[in-house]
Design a protein around this ligand. Structure first.
Ligand code: DX5
Ligand code: ZN
Length: 227
């Protein structure tokens, strides 16, 4: 896993052409994507259904990039080992969906994956207080999970800043990922607030030039200093 001070672009396959995932992943890689973000939805925790371990197993054969798996499911514990065996490198669970969150994080680590936790837009940063030292990544949802191409929720910026402060204060090495409505108009402010992993679905895979979209997003997140 990269250091938390490096900028990571994680294209979300949710917005990709599912009939050509091999080609879409190759284009994202050409543009310099760092991770591939995989949105797993169960139709219970979120009002949508996507895919599970078998598809991830196929994707694993197509790329060497870390597979960043965002579980929007109930009863994540029952599936952690299957996602890990399928090839997930990072497994992120929702605090709202895990009754025994500490145990779930332990389970993810025991499987050999890195562990992330994520907060819905209405869940405050304070929900992280007890669990923060045990995780590798915090994912701030900047839209309500379930669908791509939704509008960025501006209050996410304050939350990212607050979480970045908690991480700094405790001297932890934890990534802050942000997911939902990330494009060239929002990337810079979330990075300024302290995020270092940018998930983007629609901006990248909705583009007619996927490699350029990855590069443009990266550039917009850290605009050159003009002297
Ligand atoms: C939403 C997913 C996101 C989604 C983001 O539930 O977690 O990863 O793909 O899509 P965009 O970038 O289109 O907002
Ligand atoms: Zn996601």
């Amino acid at each position: 896993m990269a250091r938390p001070d490096s900028l990571i672009i994680a294209p979300s396959l949710l917005a990709a052409d599912f009939s050509d995932l091999r080609g879409q992943i190759a284009l994202a890689e050409q543009g310099g994507a760092d991770w591939i973000h995989l949105d797993v939805m169960d139709g219970h925790f979120v009002p949508n259904i996507t895919f599970g371990p078998p598809l991830i197993h196929s994707i694993r054969k197509e790329t060497r990039l870390p597979l960043d798996t965002h579980l929007m499911i109930e009863n994540a514990d029952a599936f952690i080992d299957s996602f890990r065996s399928a090839g997930s490198d990072i497994i992120t669970v929702h605090v709202e969906a895990c009754t025994h969150l500490h145990r779930t994080i332990q389970h993810i680590h025991q499987s050999g994956a890195k562990a992330g936790i994520t907060l819905n837009p209405a869940t405050p940063a304070s929900a992280l207080i007890e669990i923060l030292p045990y995780v590798d990544m915090v994912l701030v949802m900047s839209v309500n999970p379930g669908f791509g191409a939704q509008a960025f929720i501006p209050s996410s910026i304050t939350k990212i800043r607050e979480i970045a402060g908690m991480i700094k204060e405790q001297r932890l090495a934890v990534h802050i990922e942000v997911d939902g409505g990330i494009d060239t108009t929002t990337a810079h402010s979330v990075v300024q607030a302290g995020a270092n992993v940018l998930v983007a679905g629609n901006y990248i895979f909705g583009s007619s030039d996927i490699p350029t979209a990855v590069r443009t997003l990266r550039r917009s997140a850290k605009p050159p200093v003009i002297v």
